[in-house]
Structures are given as C-alpha cells and as structure tokens.
Design a protein around this ligand. Structure first.
Ligand code: CUA
Length: 346
C-alpha cells in the first residue's frame, strides 16, 4: 500500500508556494509610491540589478536546500536500522562539508563583484552635475539650489517639494540643522543619512517626468513620520517655469507674505483657508489677536521681526529653526501675519 502524505504537509507546501504569488501582487508603483522595486533612474537601477541577482540566487538556494530536505524526508524515512531504538549516529562527511563550504563562498563572491561596483558608482562625485543642497530640519526638508541665484542675490530655496530637470544627473549635498535625518526617494536612489556637522553626498537621476514620493528614513523625533517630501522631475521648459514662479514676488507685501506662508511656513503651520496646512507648529489663523509670540515675548512688529530673523535667539530651544529669511521676506511675512484675525480665507 502506498504511503499517505499527511494533510498538514500538503497544506504547508501550498501556503509556502502561495506566499510569493501573493507578494508579487503588491508591486505597482501607483499603489505603492515608495516601492523600491520599480526604479525610475540610473542610481535606483543599479540597486535594483543587484537586488534581482541576489533574489534569483536566493531562489536557487531555497529550491536546492528545501528540495534536498524533502527528498531526504521521504527517501530515508523509517528505513534505517535502529540501535537501542535510535538511528545510528553519523560523524562527518568530508566531501559534503567541502562542497557546502565552497558553494556558499562562490555565491558570496558572485554577489560581491556587482555590490562593490555599485558602491563605487554610488560614491562617484561629479562637480559638473546639477547641484542641490538638502537641509534636514525637525521636521521638514529644505532644498537650496546654489547655482540658481534670484534677483535679490540669494540662491533659490524651497521646502518639501524638490523640482529637478528630467534626465539630468543631480548631485546632492546633505546637511542637517539639528539631528540625524535620512534622505530617501525609493524610486530614484538609495537612502543617505544626513548627519549634523557633516556634508554627505549622493546623486540621483530620473528617466521619467513625474512626482516621486520621499520620506525621512531615520527616526528624528515625534514628527518624524511627517517628514515626507516630493521630488518632481520636470521637462526642461517646465523646470524653468517653476524656477521663474518661485522668484516672482508680488508687489503687494501681504500677497508676497501669503506666498511665503504657503511655501516655506506651510510645512509646519496652519492658516485656515490657505494652502498652509502644517500641523507640527502652532496654528496661525488668529495670529494678529495673539498676546504673545511663541509664549515668550509680546506680540508686536519689532518682536515679530526679531523672531522671524532668528527664532532660537528669542526662545532658546524652540523647535522653529532659523530659516535664513531675507529682509524682504520678513517684511512681507510681518505684513501678512497681522492680517490674520481668525476669520480665515485671505
Ligand atoms: Cu527626519 Cu526622521
């Protein structure tokens, strides 16, 4: 009579086979904007190629090892002679041990070659590439474009949305204003830590026009989860338009102030009826009627100017960093902030 295979074993085998099938159903970049396995540029391609190589080697190892195990279970079950009711002990098998030492060593050597090449490629610095400085803050990212100088002589600086020209190598210099953060746009490149007192470098490139979601990947405080950002790859004309829009300052200081509020301040502050919807810092919808600024100084124009120019100088330990605002930006913000009387919707 043929031996019956236990039902539990059959179920286990089925589930084991189903798991990879289910996992491959999770792979679309539209459903999972932070997927690493749908690369959109040269740096991410390098990582994906190494990952795929390791994946297939792991599949081969899995099939061989599990196959040998299952074969041995069925082939040798119950047909060994027993000594005192136990199977005979086996000590060593030189040939087998040499094989299972050499085979993994060869596999690791095969993985090491593209990995070391990949690390070298990632570390290449290119001073001729398009330069952007990424500044980590609790809890938002600033992006400074050192080679794009505005009418006021200051480089272009934006918050949370980093625009880049498509098909262009972008060289990033990563610096921190406070603690350790990590810059990560999974579809464009690997992650790189942003460490206070250091300048780390990385590069990325996008083959496609579109928006790519990024996230701080190093726990940096209570609002670490809010440190999301977007990298938008533009066609060259669109990129130039975007730069021009950022430099266009409305003549009306109140309008200019709202523009600054909705770009720079919006990552932390909320003003009802505007695009400023941040939740990290205090709400500013009723700022004009507040008695104090940051609970420390009287709310008047002079104190507000000093606060905007250098918050930690007014309130040591405050979560609001020195944003390096220009005189003109500060004047515009002062004009705008005193229009905020709680009614919302400027
Ligand atoms: Cu910044 Cu986590």
């Amino acid at each position: 009579m043929p031996r019956r295979v236990p039902v539990k074993l059959v179920l286990f085998a089925l589930v084991t086979l189903l798991i990879p099938a289910l996992l491959t159903a999770c792979g679309s970049a539209d459903d999972n904007p932070q997927t690493t396995i749908d690369p959109a540029g040269a740096a991410a391609d390098d990582i994906q190629n190494i990952y795929v190589l390791i994946w297939w080697l792991a599949v081969a190892v899995f099939v061989l090892v599990e196959g040998a195990l299952i074969y041995a279970i069925f082939k040798f079950r119950g047909n060994k002679k027993l000594i005192n009711g136990r199977p005979a002990p086996v000590h060593g098998n030189t040939r087998l041990e040499i094989i299972w030492t050499i085979v993994p060593a060869v596999i690791l050597a095969v993985i090491a070659v593209p990995t070391i090449q990949g690390i070298a490629t990632m570390a290449e610095e290119d001073d001729d590439a398009f330069q952007i400085t990424v500044i980590g803050n609790q809890f938002f990212f600033e992006f400074e474009y050192p080679d794009i100088i505005g009418p006021d002589g200051e480089p272009l600086r934006v918050v949370n949305d980093m625009h880049i020209p498509v098909d262009t190598r972008i060289e990033l210099t990563l610096v921190s204003n406070d603690v350790i953060h990590s810059f990560w746009v999974p579809r464009l490149a690997g992650k790189t830590d942003i460490i206070p007192g250091r300048e780390n470098r990385m590069w990325l490139e996008s083959d496609d026009v579109g928006a790519f979601v990024g996230q701080c990947a190093e726990f940096c405080g209570t609002a670490h989860g809010d440190m999301r950002f977007t990298v938008v790859a533009d066609a060259d004309e669109d990129f130039d338009d975007w730069v021009a829009t950022n430099f266009a300052t409305p003549d009306d200081p109140i309008e200019a102030g709202q523009q600054i509020m909705e770009s720079i301040c919006a990552s932390c502050h909320l003003v009802e009826g505007t695009a400023a919807q941040g939740t990290i810092g205090p709400e500013l919808t009723n700022f004009a009627n507040e008695d104090q600024i940051a609970d420390v100084v009287e709310n008047n124009e002079e104190n507000l100017r000093a606060w905007l120019a250098d918050p930690p100088a007014v309130k040591p330990g405050t979560a609001m960093p020195n944003l390096g605002l220009t005189e003109a930006q500060i004047e515009a913000l002062v004009a705008y902030l005193y229009t905020l009387d709680g009614s919302g919707g400027q």
